[in-house]
Ligand binder design. Structure first.
Ligand code: N01
Length: 543
């Protein structure tokens, strides 16, 4: 006799910032909720990205954390302005214990299938542990930066040394660099953060760079205790500011345009931000038009290029490190000694635009101009961002159509929270939400709050299913595109546009409305979930 599958009210995929909060807030409403995660621990992105040098870039502690509970804020100490990965993971474990989340989280369990049953208005879900469960609501908190991308370089699988991806750094192994010849491929945040740490110990480090990036000093330091005390005493004030700013940070954005200042004033402003360190001071607090005005952007870009020329002693290496795209239109990077690392005798740079990789052999990397013998290869090559992890889950919605099929040529959503043809499925940090361009823990909370209220609305009104009305996704995509086109972002190849993944279609994946976006989704709810269609409860299962 086959066992009847257990039915939950909501199933959450992913036990990172978004999934853990969704579990908590839905459970608080008396819903039966189960959370699954493939990892051996909670933490999501912060579980996997434990490469050397990984730390929060923006905004720092105590603003990169849950904001809904003053108890959590009081009970956890953030020792540094830019907390390192072990601290963030410790925080998420602390929260899991403090909110007693673990009893409803099943780890080391991948979702292998999710199919919508239109008659019963439930999702039938299968796991890698052979379980079959049913759930009315499927909350996908799978992470915007969790589907690791390893480029298909000829010979990759033949490499005989140690091989890692920064986004899948092992927990069960103490990786050491001492005495080893190491390569890092990729110079995004992960490659740039790990370079100085690897360089310190490795016999030799070779950095393989495809696109040079602008990086600014992290300016990390012990947390300002007066700021922590003030934040704890006046949390609602800080939270209100964060919720009302374009990127969910406590820094009030500058209202000055770069051209409002003389060249001398601009220089002094940039220098001050460079000395202070961190992303907020240079991108948010200098000028308001860095990402909308090409000239303003170029002034800052050139300032950083000058810094690179000033730091890197070998002119040829400095030349190769100079970026040319508009600063911050790829995700802006901060570092702790990246450019300085190239002044070390044991660090070299290969510019892949001039000297491309031909193949990986068991002993190293062959480029057009030479061979690099290696003991360790680190892929810091990023992610199939924002859409990749959900496409791996590949839920099958109305008419049996799977997400990979729906999104084969373009992804679509309504509000970045729901997908046409996928009733009762919600996303946290989905495509066309502010996700990676808004403080991610805070954004996850605000999105999960919206999902919770939507579910409660359905329950209250005897509704069994909700999904976007025909066509609303098209208007939403247009809005996302129009807002993005007011900025310089779409003009650069980056993972925001999908152009980092060979064969992925180009589509700007982020709604840049920031706080306006959150006001907008609240307004949709206030107008009775305008743009959605609902169905009355059809079966006992969904009741
Ligand atoms: O990934 P990336 P990441 N051959 O995509 C290169 C967040 N994050 O893991 O620029 C050679 O940025 C690629 O080159 P190009 C943050 O949002 C946050 O570093 O595409 N090179 C690029 O240099 C960040 O943006 C923190 O030409 C290849 C690099 O690999 C996001 O995660 C820390 C290649 C990938 O850079 C992703 O960062 C770390 C190929 N075939 C990350 N394919 C915090 O501090 C790709 N590359 C919070």
């Amino acid at each position: 006799m086959t066992e009847t599958p257990r039915t939950y009210d909501a199933l959450v995929i992913g036990a990172g910032f978004g999934g853990m909060y969704a579990l908590h807030t839905l459970r608080e409403q008396g819903l039966q909720v189960r959370c699954y995660d493939e990892a051996a621990g909670v933490g999501g992105t912060w579980f996997w990205n434990r490469y050397p040098g990984a730390r929060v870039d923006y905004p720092g502690g105590p603003f990169y954390c849950y904001t809904f509970s003053e108890d959590l804020l009081r009970e956890f100490d953030w020792p540094e302005k830019q907390p390192d990965q072990p601290t963030v993971l410790r925080y998420l474990n602390f929260v899991a214990d403090r909110l007693d989340l673990r009893r409803d989280i099943q780890l080391e369990t991948r979702i292998t299938g999710a199919t919508y049953d239109e008659q019963a208005q439930v999702w039938a879900v299968e796991t890698s542990q052979g379980q079959r469960v049913r759930t009315q609501f499927l909350v996908c908190a799978v992470g915007a930066l969790s589907a690791a991308h390893v480029p298909d370089i000829p010979g990759r699988e033949r490499f005989a040394g140690e091989c890692y991806h920064t986004g899948r750094w092992p927990h069960d192994q103490n990786v050491t660099f001492k005495g080893k010849r190491v390569a890092i491929i990729g110079t995004g945040s992960s490659g740039i953060q790990s370079t100085p740490v690897v360089a310190r110990d490795a016999a030799h480090l070779t950095v393989f760079q495809r696109t040079p990036q602008y990086s600014v000093p992290a300016g990390n330091r012990p947390t300002d205790q007066a700021l922590i005390a003030d934040a704890r005493a006046n949390w609602s004030k800080y939270r209100d500011i964060m919720v009302s700013t374009p990127i969910g940070a406590p820094d009030l954005p500058s209202t000055l345009r770069a051209r409002d200042h003389t060249p001398e004033q601009r220089r002094a402003t940039y220098e001050g931000a460079w000395r202070e360190g961190g992303l907020g001071p240079i991108l948010v607090k200098t000028y308001c038009d860095i990402l909308t005005d090409r000239q303003s952007n170029e002034w800052l870009s050139e300032f950083v290029r000058e810094k690179i020329r000033g730091i890197v002693r070998d002119p040829e290496t400095a030349r190769k490190l100079l970026p040319s795209y508009a600063i911050a239109t790829k995700r802006q990077v901060m570092d702790e000694g990246y450019y300085h690392a190239f002044n070390r005798d044991n660090v070299s740079l290969v510019d892949l635009r001039e000297d491309p990789i031909v193949e990986i052999t068991p002993a190293g990397i062959r480029t057009e101009r030479g061979f690099h013998a290696l003991d360790m290869l680190i892929f810091a090559t990023g992610f199939d961002a924002i859409t990749g992890a959900l496409q791996k889950v590949n839920p099958r919605g109305r008419d049996g159509i799977a997400l990979q099929e729906r999104w084969a040529t373009r992804f679509n959503s309504y509000l970045g929270l729901t997908i046409p043809g996928m009733p009762n499925l919600f996303m946290i940090h989905g495509p066309e939400s502010p996700c990676v361009l808004f403080n991610m823990p805070l954004g996850a909370e605000l999105e999960a709050d919206w999902i919770r209220e939507c579910i409660l609305h359905l329950r209250k009104h005897g509704l069994g299913a909700i999904e976007p009305a025909p066509g609303v996704d098209i208007a939403w995509a247009r809005e996302v595109e129009e807002i993005a086109n007011q900025s310089l972002y779409p003009q650069t190849d980056s993972w925001y546009t999908g152009s980092n993944i060979p064969g992925k279609h180009r589509q700007f994946a982020v709604h840049m409305g920031g706080s306006n976006y959150f006001a907008q989704i609240r307004d949709v709810a206030a107008r009775g979930y305008a743009g959605f269609v609902t169905e009355p409860v059809r079966s006992a299962v969904a009741a």
